[in-house]
Design a protein around this ligand. Sequence first.
Ligand code: FE
Length: 276
Amino acid sequence: MIRKIIQTTKGIPVTDGAGVKLTRIIASPELDMVDPLLLLDRFETENPDDYIGGFPPHPHRGFETVTYMLEGSMRHKDNTGNEGVVEPGGIQWMTAGKGIMHSEMPEQDEGLMRGFQLWINLPASHKMSEPGYQEFSGDHIAREDTERGGIIRVITGTTDKGTAGPVINKLTDPLYLDITLTPGESFSQSVPQSHNAVIYMIEGEVAIDDTNLCHEQLGVFGDGAAVQITSASEGARFLLMAGKRLEEPVARGGPFVMNTRAEVLEAFADLRAGRF
Ligand code: FE
């Protein structure tokens, strides 16, 4: 059974960090979450005033943050000793676990900055695990070329043709693909029934069953075993993201995502006590 689109959203403008202008696509009043996807932010601006402040040191607990850069460079640094620059096409996949303190700052003072940050929940059993960290530059992201000239960049998960992404995550078994299709090209991919899935349009237009999606729209897929996406006459580029539903209570508190309010308060208490 092919999955249909059950909801669409364009997100809302927000400011986060030290004055960074973003579009919040998941974790908005229209779309709270798509279990286990807790939040999706897009940043796209040529105006340094919109990004120069970056995200100075701040904590996270209980989930994973995934930064995917399309244009521009971002330097990250955390208190477990990881530091690096995410450049165009690169991915940084941070498992905050029981707690991490990190900063994410632009490695440029002019020019285009464009990319995404996704938050993926951790199961209750792993919210207090040791922090983890996976980072891959653009040339280490797996690539699959379609017969018609389309390009599938595989960050995590495995395509139906067997191309596997470098990021490993057994907890929510995510799929994260950046797909470029030539005009009128179809792409299909199996997505387990246990998973929720979304598509985010970067460029162009696609048809999914009887729904058309265009530039800067997110579509939430309903149930099914596979997705089938056909690009319109201009071709299209989009992200396909999926993860296994956790079906656990979610308690959010700023940079912490736990299962109960008490656990969120404990995270704030640990932060004040310098335990991050
Ligand atoms: Fe962060």
